[in-house]
Design a binder for this molecule. Sequence first.
Ligand code: NAI
Length: 331
Amino acid sequence: MMLLRRFFSTTHRTNVKVSVLGAAGGIGQPLALLLKLNPLVTELYLYDIVPHTPGVGADISHIDTNSYTKAAKGPEEVAEALCGAELVVIPAGVPRKPGMTRDDLFDTNASIVRDLMEFVCKFCPKAVITIVTNPVNSCLPIAAQVMKKNKVFDPNRLIGVTTLDIVRSSTFVASIKGMDPTKLKIPVVCGHSGETIVPLISHCKPKVDLSKDEIVCVIKRIQNAGTEVVKAKAGAGSATLSMAYSGARFVGAVLRGMTGESNVIECSMVAHDYCGLNYFAGPLLLGKNGVEKKFGLPDEISDFENELVKIALPILKKNIKRGEDFDNCGS
Ligand code: NAI
């Protein structure tokens, strides 16, 4: 049974069905919770393949916010989760264990993303898709290949979520200066793993005054922050709570754009013919149809940031090619 609450107004719409694929996992559950609290979400479908998926759905559905929530378990229920979805979030896949890089997840997660994207192409080809699954640098191109094969690819509706890098940048820089992190905005460009994460401290708003040593040190920490969490969790997974917060923040921004708010800008990774690459992370203007404008790199960055970009580009290119070449995507 579908309970629909649809509210229309002439300028702003507030009826969006959101589906989370991988919703019973470490990221999926708190992300679903945060989305249940977002008033722009009117229908929330929680899809996973594990037996406790209906329990996660039942649990979240008891929260007294103004949205209909339902779980869907396994491929036989995926159509219900996806039909009519306008925004799909994919955190399905295995996380890192100590000693692993994000790239080490490729063999398992590539086929998970490919298979889920086949469902998306079949049941909600016009939805905005946000990919959380690592390695994002490769999973985004895999998702695009599947969409191309199915002739439904729209570069403005497929996004790799890099928001956690932006969140960490604000937190770490603010902690050095004793500032409120919610007041800092630092763009992060290139990609989402190790040296492909390039925070542009010189474009921090408001400006912060850091020494060269502080900049080198904080950038290293941002680039390795995921590993910091993986080590501290000692085999129990990678960042889940901060990622759920970041995912909810990014999805919230996409929803604000989709429902008519203007000037919504967040960084993330999209198909972008830029710097000799097919995909690039940078500031995006989000609007009614997903991404409305991709800003790429600002005109002026510091010499040090320029060096970091030079290091990042060939690694990112390799990561992207690995995704594009993933066999079984066809095209
Ligand atoms: P997890 O193992 O706790 O949860 C993953 C969930 O995906 C599980 O519930 C599992 O049953 C589900 N799943 C697996 N295959 C599926 C399929 N075919 N269909 C539907 N669901 C499926 O892992 P966690 O910690 O939630 O991480 C998920 C992914 O997010 C990992 O790849 C991780 O590396 C990535 N991640 C991404 C970040 C980013 O900044 N983009 C940050 C942190 C993690």
